[in-house]
Ligand binder design. Structure first.
Ligand SMILES: Cc1ncc(COP(=O)(O)O)c(C=O)c1O
Length: 423
């Protein structure tokens, strides 16, 4: 499809680069003119195995030839298989999963669970609790509830009135969190490593404080692991890259992106935690309370089973950790004026740009672009795909199975391109 058809017939909500990928294999993409690119954008953390991984392709082909879709009115055993792997092998914490189609939809599920919990465990005066605490720099999606949960005005812009029941707090501020909890508070929702705001982690102290406050006030601790989960940060549970092991017990987690290698699938998990009347949190969404026509179709589950299966079998979380460390060590040693620093959690890496240096650049001045988008263009021209985050960060989100040679190739392009700015 030509750009003009896109411009004419699709809504103008995306700011797209003039780049026409046509084919992908592993860590590489080829455009319509046959030019090869190293893809460290990964569909914004969607491609943990790179493009068209043979085992994922085979799983899709085999399942598509057998049965693509069947309604959730009927049995879909692949959902059970996938949920067992997520519960037992990815998390190792008893609970249950639901399958939908996207990240925002998975977070909607977390919000619905919190609302149900607030009814099951009301305030002392019997009023259902429904307030959810979220944090500056967060991104939880574009549906009404998840857009409202996102504590960023630029995401809310023009869509008010927003959904009631969310309170925004400064990220990593323990006193603000303590002070904000009211009799109406029911949950704390956070990304253990924020992605869209530029790879900003929760501090270990903040995660520990959130878990303690959850216990003290009988709240739910909800983790949005849509970007940081399933091995990307170097651990299968993203929060375990911040506080290792089982010290922090989340109550519910959302996933999407990596889970389906680009096939539309989202999921949320809730813990087996008693909520009264013999009921557990993971059973709180009873028959008829939630659903999705496409969610967890045989084809979606087969794709995810192949994807998550390879992540586990090949220990790709460990590979992601090693890759992230080697990239961040290399970048930290550079003397590049346009770069202020690097934040790396496995294959979730943020390069902090020095906007003062970039703003002095003559080409930048005439571009009319944010520094992150402008740098993204320079890197694209040089054959490396990255993803802008906010105004002054570019993210590297390589496949978890990227090789050392591919990391060195990315580093060489980055050093050459960034090194030319501001000198
Ligand atoms: C942390 C996080 N939550 C939620 C979402 C929304 O996911 P989706 O675009 O699949 O709805 C994203 C997407 O970037 C995300 O990074």
């Amino acid at each position: 499809m030509s750009a003009s058809l896109l411009d004419q017939y699709t809504m103008p909500n995306y700011r797209r680069y003039e780049f026409y990928p046509e084919r992908g294999e592993g860590s590489y993409l080829w455009d319509r003119d046959g030019k090869k690119y190293l893809d460290f954008a990964g569909g914004v953390a969607v491609c943990p195995l790179g493009h068209s991984h043979p085992e994922v392709v085979k799983a899709i082909q085999d399942q598509a030839a057998k049965l693509i879709h069947v309604s959730n009115w009927f049995q879909i055993p692949q959902q059970g298989e996938l949920a067992k792997i997520l519960v037992d092998d990815v998390l190792g914490i008893p609970g249950k999963c639901f399958f939908g189609n996207s990240g925002a939809e998975a977070n909607e599920g977390l919000i619905k669970i919190a609302r149900k919990y607030g009814i099951a465990k009301p305030a002392a005066d019997g009023t259902p609790r429904h307030e959810i605490l979220t944090f500056t720099g967060s991104f939880h999606g574009r549906t009404f509830a998840t857009m409202t949960a996102t504590a960023q005005e630029k995401i809310h812009g023009g869509f008010g009135p927003l959904l009631p029941g969310f309170k925004y707090l400064p990220f990593n501020d323990i006193s603000a969190l303590e002070a904000a909890i009211s009799p109406n508070t029911v949950a704390i929702l956070l990304e253990p490593v924020q992605g869209e705001s530029g790879v900003h982690p929760a501090t270990p102290e903040f995660l520990r404080a959130a878990a303690k406050l959850r216990d003290k006030h009988d709240l739910l601790l909800l983790f949005d692991e849509i970007q940081c989960g399933l091995g990307r940060t170097g651990d299968l549970g993203g929060w375990r890259s911040i506080v290792p092991g089982d010290e922090i017990l989340p109550d519910a987690i959302s996933w999407a992106k990596s889970i389906g290698s680009g096939y539309a699938l989202g999921s949320f998990w809730a813990r087996k935690r008693p909520v009264g009347d013999g009921m557990d949190l993971c059973d709180i969404l009873g028959p008829g309370s939630h659903g999705s026509t496409y969610g967890g179709s045989p084809l979606a589950c087969a794709t995810a089973l192949a994807t998550v299966g390879v992540i586990l079998r090949d220990n790709l979380a460990a590979n992601a950790k090693a890759l992230g460390s080697s990239i961040s060590n290399a970048v930290s040693a550079w003397q590049v004026p346009a770069l202020k620093g690097v934040r790396a959690f496995g294959c979730m890496i943020g390069l902090q740009l020095d906007t003062a240096v970039i703003e002095a650049n003559e080409d930048f001045k005439t571009s009319g672009k944010a520094a992150s988008i402008w740098v993204g263009q320079l890197l694209l021209d040089a054959g490396l795909l990255v993803i802008p985050a906010g105004l002054d960060v570019v993210r590297l989100l390589p496949p978890l199975n990227a090789s050392g040679d591919e990391a060195r190739e990315a580093l060489s392009i980055l050093e050459r391109v960034l090194g030319k700015i501001g000198v």
